[in-house]
Design a protein around this ligand. Structure first.
Ligand code: FAD
Length: 313
């Protein structure tokens, strides 16, 4: 069976949930082989094995000193050498760039913002800001597929996670830009926005930089907090929490939109959520066209009631 390369997302050896989802998707296509860049592979290997990785390719540590280009060179080299069936990465902004560069090097094609993938390598992907879902297949070469976090449910399977060190001779272009410092953003007690099963977002309707009504509901649900660009631009919430076209893309099981009108640019970042609950005082707000559940009312009344009810259970 041909190998399917999966670029591992990890933080100091802790494998991110999205990688377990990619390994699950990879098993539908072929034999999952994880590609690890940076330190911590020894610590993370067990998790990869739990989700069916048969191989773990570890790259020279120096690759982590650079930005995206060396990772693309590594993936393209491995894909060629191993005659891989496909390359899967998570659809983060950085990985989408890696995916594009890898596909160019392989002379193949790239599919981004994929929300499902079949054994025949037909990818379902969300385009035009989530307004249209298409089914697409790369026609030539090794397909490179960027899958959105939370799109494919992770299912465990036993894998050997046999480790193999790989070398790659980096081009001058790949080493042109070097990372000089990494600043880890405070993680906080809440789940990471793009990986959270539930996201509660606040918009202009919150009315001030007091986001406690949004945070309280999020905490009662063990959810991440998000914000619309209007809330971020008003300085009410930090911009790393912005959801939308120019913010983060999320696909949680439940997305709660509090005081968000549902502009196309906001939808682009949350439209593929499995369930959407909107609270808005305007019954004509466009968010209701897309919501599975809607409450017409003042969020400052409705959200605390929800929080109270959830906390009781
Ligand atoms: P509004 O559109 O002002 O809506 C506020 C809503 O709150 C209204 O529906 C109102 O009825 C409701 N409301 C008010 N008070 C209450 C209350 N007390 N209780 C309940 N409901 C209440 N936007 C993003 O979000 N993310 C992006 O990434 C993004 N990228 C963009 C990129 C470009 C190039 C452009 C041009 C725009 C982008 N935008 C983005 C902005 C987008 O067009 C909207 O302006 C923005 O999403 C509006 O945010 P909002 O829904 O919070 O505010």
């Amino acid at each position: 069976m041909a190998e399917v390369l999966v670029l591992v997302d990890h933080v100091d050896g802790e494998v991110k949930k999205v990688t377990t989802e990619l390994l699950t998707a990879a098993r539908r296509i072929g034999e999952p082989a994880a590609v690890w860049v940076g330190g911590g592979a020894d610590a993370g290997k067990a998790k990869l094995a739990e989700f069916g990785a048969q191989k773990v390719y570890t790259a020279p540590a120096e690759l982590d000193d650079y930005v995206v280009a060396p990772k693309a060179e590594l993936l393209a080299k491995l894909a060629g050498e191993k005659s891989a069936a496909a390359v899967l990465v998570s659809a983060t902004p950085e990985n989408k760039e890696i995916a594009g560069r890898t596909a160019v090097k392989l002379g193949s094609g790239v599919l981004t913002d994929v929300v499902d993938v079949t054994g025949e390598l037909v990818a379902e992907h969300s385009i035009f800001g989530g307004a249209v879902v298409t089914h697409a297949r790369v026609q030539s070469g090794v397909p490179v597929v960027a899958v959105r976090p939370n799109s494919v449910p992770a299912e465990p399977a036993e894998g050997a996670a046999e480790q193999e060190e790989v070398s790659v001779e980096l081009s001058a272009a790949a080493t042109g830009a070097k990372v000089v410092e990494r600043v880890v953003q405070e993680k906080g007690a809440r789940p990471e926005l793009t990986e959270a099963a539930i996201v509660v977002s606040g918009g202009r309707g919150v009315g001030s930089d007091d986001f406690s009504v949004v945070e309280a509901l999020a905490d009662s649900l063990d959810a991440a907090v998000g914000a619309s660009r209007a809330a971020v631009d008003s300085g009410w919430y930090p911009n790393q929490f912005q959801v939308g076209q120019t913010g983060k893309t999320v696909s949680p099981n439940l997305y709660v939109a509090l005081g968000i009108s549902g502009a196309i640019q906001h939808r682009a970042g949350m439209q593929t959520s499995k369930n959407i609950l909107a609270v808005n005082k305007d019954p004509e707000a466009p968010i209701f066209e897309l919501a599975d559940f809607g409450v017409v009312g003042d969020l400052h009344t409705v959200a605390p009631q929800l929080t109270e009810e959830v906390t009781k259970r």
